[in-house]
Write a protein that binds this ligand. Structure first.
Ligand code: ZN
Ligand code: ZN
Length: 331
């Protein structure tokens, strides 16, 4: 969907267009609409789009589907997991995945003394198409098919939004607006066709194909895909069992206290304390507890732990903290 906001006349206005595929690059929106305006109402329209900012809205990057720390650290059944887990029987390095077993696992959890997979090697998947996308990094947005119908629909919505911006809305009669739109769409259609013909080599990246989806499901069940420090867009794959064990070892340390209460009770208590610092709205009722996230420091072969507060009872407090200068003394 195209979204738009209407501001005061002297203020900037924004139109965000969905980047449905690379076909959208074939459409110079501002120029096309200015041409259409000029054709219908003449030169006086030359500055009608001066206050308008036209931007893009992109689809989800692959990281959104691959990095599942919430699932690994929060939505797992601890008792069941603990009952079934034997470190020496971990399947993370079974078969051809043995080459990704990392001795760092023994150093990090000496009491267990078992190898587990920790690797940045995207050969961990044997799906070549997924591997290519992984090599492009977790911020990669899969390429869509050059679908003229989909693009044309988005172009039409965008043109409607542009023509509904303050100045155009003020100056154009209904008939003129319809006329301008006709001129613009005719031109856009021609450009889309030409762009597709000259970019036939672009094919869709099949991130949503059944084969890739089931590979992602398999991969993320066995390995946590986490960020890599100093190369934040590159994935590190780490055995789920190992990283859970490592997290447990960490929270069993002297810096943490186990709470006897249910998570919902803890959330309610935290929410109350948090509200005193940063009031949160009505949304708060459903907001969950923060969960762990991890970043791999490849050069040190160690993990850095992060508490993910996004959309949790503590997100308001976290917002306040990021606004406090980091050099301020901590009391
Ligand atoms: Zn859209
Ligand atoms: Zn393992």
């Amino acid at each position: 969907m195209v979204e738009w906001r209407r501001g005061r006349p002297e203020k900037k206005e924004y139109v965000h267009i969905c980047y449905t595929s690379r076909l959208m690059e074939g459409i110079p929106f501002r120029r096309l609409v200015l041409n259409g305006l000029k054709t219908v109402v003449g030169d006086r329209s030359a500055n009608w789009l001066d206050h308008l900012v036209i931007g893009w809205r992109y689809g989800d990057a692959i990281g959104a589907k691959l990095c599942k720390s919430g699932q690994v650290f929060k939505k797992f059944k601890f008792a069941e997991w603990e009952a079934n887990y034997l470190p020496e029987c971990c399947l993370c390095g079974a078969g051809r995945h043995a080459e990704f077993l990392n001795p760092a696992a023994i150093r990090l959890l000496p009491a267990e003394g078992c190898l587990h997979v920790i690797t940045a090697d995207t050969c961990i998947t044997n799906n070549g198409q997924l591997q290519l996308m992984l090599n492009a990094g977790l911020n990669h947005i899969p390429m869509k098919a050059l679908d003229e119908g989909v693009a044309l629909e988005e172009v039409e919505q965008a043109v409607d939004c542009i023509l509904a911006s303050n100045r155009c809305d003020m100056e154009l009669s209904m008939e003129e607006e319809t006329e301008v739109k006709k001129v613009v769409m005719k031109d856009a259609e021609k450009r889309l066709r030409e762009y597709r013909i000259s970019h036939r080599y672009i094919t869709e990246e099949p991130f949503n194909s059944i084969a890739v989806r089931s590979e992602v499901e398999w991969l993320t069940k066995r390995y946590l895909v986490c960020l890599t420090e100093k190369a934040p867009h590159m994935p590190t794959f780490v055995c789920v069992n190992f990283i859970i064990k490592l997290a447990l070892a960490r929270v069993s340390g002297p810096d943490f206290v186990q709470l006897p209460e249910q998570p919902s009770a803890a959330a309610a208590r935290l929410r109350e304390a948090a509200t005193a610092i940063a009031p949160i709205g009505a949304m708060a009722e459903k907001m969950p507890l923060p969960h762990l996230m991890v970043v791999y420091k490849a050069h040190k072969e160690a993990f850095r732990w992060i508490t993910n507060t996004v959309g949790t009872v503590l997100s308001g407090v976290a917002d306040v903290c990021t606004r406090v200068p980091s050099k301020a003394p901590v009391s």
